[in-house]
Design a protein around this ligand. Structure first.
Ligand code: C2O
Length: 559
């Protein structure tokens, strides 16, 4: 509320000064999202897809830090829908966070819900996506949060900014893909293409398109706001003959560093500057998968092009080879380069003490399934718990004290420790439950995420709703609680909302539970979320006046 009053006060000051209303610093930005079935001839796809306002990728939300955003979502399709504003902190406004059955019941066919939230303490690129079923494959778009009026970027202002949304495309209907997989108990088909702003570039099987083109002028600088909206694949991004200077990830500024390859996991965003410093020409942009475990991925490279003004149509494209699919060193080099800016204006407030020290194993498992192809199904779990989605939204159950929806006994560490990344792997079948972990308001949390080798080790991009966290350490093999914390970076670790836990390794994060509500945490590989690699934190209200969940809006959907 304090924010709102400041906003009103600022508005009044501006009005008294007879300034134009467009200079009012914080204001409300209203959007309308019609969720519809859309026919697309692009990409040789015959069936209509679910989109927002008929667009793929969907519309961009542009707002400033401190603005309030409202989005009226109208569901015109046959599926249940909910929209998540990925990375927006949603301070006390969990009702607007979006994950179906976690913070709200989904918007049913024909239903309407207005999401309302304020952009507090964040600026940069984030994104929105459907958070139910596999609808986010086609229901997603970018969120651009500009700094407060008059506040510069902490790097030279680019001449132009361009949103670059990376995605994954299936020729068949994605709901059919996952339903079929769930029936059989096996992994779903990999995608048929990667896309750059909705376009894979020329493909042998599809003549309908020529790929996304980014026009540039010689000597000018561009900021690419890159988003990985793919369902299941971490991606490499490269541009022929051009270096990329990374300046922000997940809407937090970083110490700028220059690289020729960006690694971006599903859920993550990366702002990078490029200067059109080359001879006028055409330069290939390549997006390819990163996978360093024996797991099938879509190995097609999506392409787009950078085109200098004045270049002749006959000019040959300068090519670039994507990194090898299993290029772990390229991935590591990128991740190890990320550091918080940690300046006076943008400090890294890393929690230095720990109230809750948590150790979560993340990985796969196999459970019995009499009706499945092999009599078993692939599942996933955290601390051997395969999360079961409730039928009442957890935030309602918490807020209104409805019992029987969840328990708050999520284990803080594995109940049966084992050699997590060794070859002798004991526990294959998992337990099921709707278990949450309870945190007191403002308590500090250290969470070590440990990959397991059950079935196969694999890199997992873990996303936490409602918070940013600091990535204080990472390593290969089993986390060693005696040795590894000595090497934690508590000074300028990168701050983000989604982190890749390395294949057969671990990542340690820290955050402060300063946002009351129920907050989902899950692997952002959609197939793993479906399989149960998810849990939630319940953060109790604090005692102060602005430390509790606000009452739910009157149009909150019912289950
Ligand atoms: Cu981007 Cu829970 O999701």
């Amino acid at each position: 509320m304090a924010g709102a009053w400041l906003c009103v006060a600022a508005t009044m000051v501006v009005l008294l000064a007879f300034a134009l209303s467009t200079t009012v610093e914080c204001r409300t930005r209203n959007y309308k999202f019609n969720v519809v079935m859309t026919n697309t001839t692009k990409l040789c796809k015959s069936k209509p897809i679910v989109t927002v306002n008929g667009r793929f990728p969907g519309p961009t939300i542009v707002a400033r830090e401190d603005d309030t955003v409202t989005v009226k979502v109208v569901n015109h399709v046959k599926y249940n829908v909910s929209i998540h504003w990925h990375g927006i902190r949603q301070l006390r406004t969990g009702w607007a966070d979006g994950p179906a059955y976690i913070t709200q019941c989904p918007i049913q066919p024909g239903g309407v819900y207005v999401y309302k939230f304020t952009l507090t303490g964040q600026r940069g690129t984030l994104w929105w996506h459907a958070h139910v079923l596999w609808l986010r494959a086609t229901v997603h778009g970018s969120i651009v949060i500009l700094p407060k009026l008059g506040v510069p970027y902490p790097f030279p202002k680019p001449n132009k900014e361009v949103v670059v949304v990376l995605g994954e495309w299936w020729k068949s209907d994605t709901e059919a893909v996952i339903n079929q997989a769930q029936k059989s108990g096996q992994a779903p088909n990999v995608s048929d293409a990667h896309t750059i702003n909705g376009n894979p570039g020329p493909m042998p099987s599809c003549l309908a398109n020529g790929g996304f083109k980014l026009p540039v002028d010689e000597g000018k600088t561009y900021m690419l706001r890159i988003i990985n909206a793919a369902l299941n694949e971490e991606l490499f991004f490269r541009i022929a003959n051009h270096k990329l200077t990374v300046v922000e990830v997940d809407a937090v500024y970083v110490k700028p560093f220059t690289t020729d390859t960006i690694l971006i996991a599903p859920g993550q965003t990366t702002n990078a500057l490029i200067t059109a410093s080359q001879k006028a020409g055409k330069y290939l942009m390549a997006v390819s998968p990163f996978m360093d475990a024996p797991i099938a991925v879509d190995n097609l490279t999506a392409t787009a092009s950078l085109r200098y003004s004045g270049v002749l149509t006959s000019t040959a494209m300068k090519l670039v080879a994507p990194p090898p699919q299993n290029a772990t060193p390229v991935a590591n080099a990128f991740m190890n380069s990320l550091r918080s800016l940690n300046s006076k204006t943008y400090p890294a407030n890393v929690p230095l003490t720990v109230d809750h020290s948590l150790f979560f194993t993340i990985g796969l498992g196999i459970n019995a399934c009499p009706t499945c192809v092999n009599g078993s199904r692939v599942v996933a779990s955290i601390n051997n718990v395969t999360f079961v989605m409730p039928t009442t939204a957890l935030l309602q159950a918490h807020y209104f004290n409805i019992s029987g929806v969840f328990t708050d006994d999520f284990p803080s560490k594995p109940l049966m420790p084992f050699n997590y990344t060794g070859s002798q792997l004991t526990s294959f079948s998992t337990n099921t439950g709707t278990k949450l972990y309870r945190l007191a308001y403002n308590s500090t949390v250290q969470l070590v995420l440990q990959d397991t080798g059950i079935l196969t080790p694999e890199s997992h991009p873990i996303h936490l709703h409602g918070f940013n966290f600091f990535v204080v350490g990472r390593g290969i093999g089993n986390f060693n609680p005696n040795k590894d914390p000595k090497n934690f970076n508590l000074v300028d670790p990168v701050e983000r909302n989604t982190v890749g836990v390395p294949t057969g390794g671990w990542t340690a994060i820290r955050f402060k539970a300063d946002n009351p509500g129920v907050w989902f945490m899950h692997c952002h590989l959609e197939v793993h979320t479906t399989w149960g690699l998810k849990m939630a934190f319940v953060v109790d209200n604090g005692k102060g006046p602005n430390e509790s969940v606000i009452p739910p809006p009157s149009d909150l959907p019912k289950c």
